[in-house]
Design a protein around this ligand. Structure first.
Ligand SMILES: [Ca+2]
Length: 189
């Protein structure tokens, strides 16, 4: 965290730093600035779903970043391991994350004393899905997709019961460019 981020950004722009790589927030994101500003690439946490890392390629013409995923499943299979969680590690980590996200909805319902059954479960699934998409950088929605989510029964259910959750979901759907890859042409001196 920087409390003088604006000053630092000015320096990056002045010295033509084309791209900045960081982490910490555990959410995959690529934040593009206006032309001439540095692009910021944040790679999500390697320890959690979906175990991503970035591959950077640099040559005289361009610098590229591409998000890739580790496959523990294949490794465990090649090692002849029998632990089902390791053999299905991708699903295992995703399941942990989704359950954690669903819990956010359930604890909100608990606070308001509202324990609707299947509607609550479906709404918790929507929160979990959008949360997973956000943290793994798969949160690029078309206007139609976004409208469909906001018009869905699950979203409407949350809107009638919570101030926080609908606005939280909206905040997970603001991207307009890919979080997974970027290519920046390098100008010749
Ligand atoms: Ca994003």
């Amino acid at each position: 965290m920087l409390d003088n981020a604006d000053e630092v950004k000015k320096l990056f722009t002045e010295y033509q730093v084309p791209i900045v790589f960081s982490g910490h927030i555990h959410a995959q994101d690529i934040l593009g600035g206006t032309t001439g500003d540095p692009q910021e690439v944040v790679t999500s946490s390697f320890a959690m779903t979906d175990q991503a890392y970035g591959v950077i390629t640099l040559n005289e013409q361009e610098i590229t970043y591409q998000r890739e995923n580790l496959s523990v499943d294949e490794w465990a299979q090649a090692q002849g391991l029998s632990n089902p969680d390791l053999l299905n590690y991708r699903d295992y980590l995703q399941d942990l994350f989704l359950k954690d996200s669903q819990a956010m909805t359930y604890s909100s319902a608990y606070r308001t004393g509202d324990f609707a059954g299947t509607e609550l479960t479906a709404a918790a699934d929507l929160v979990a899905e959008l949360n997973w998409n956000f943290f793994t950088g798969h949160d690029l929605y078309t206007a139609d997709e976004k409208a469909a989510i906001q018009n869905s029964a699950e979203y409407q259910f949350l809107s009638s019961r919570s101030d926080f959750l609908p606005s939280y979901l909206d905040s997970l759907m603001t991207d307009t460019t890919s979080d997974l890859e970027i290519s920046i042409p390098l100008s010749k001196k």
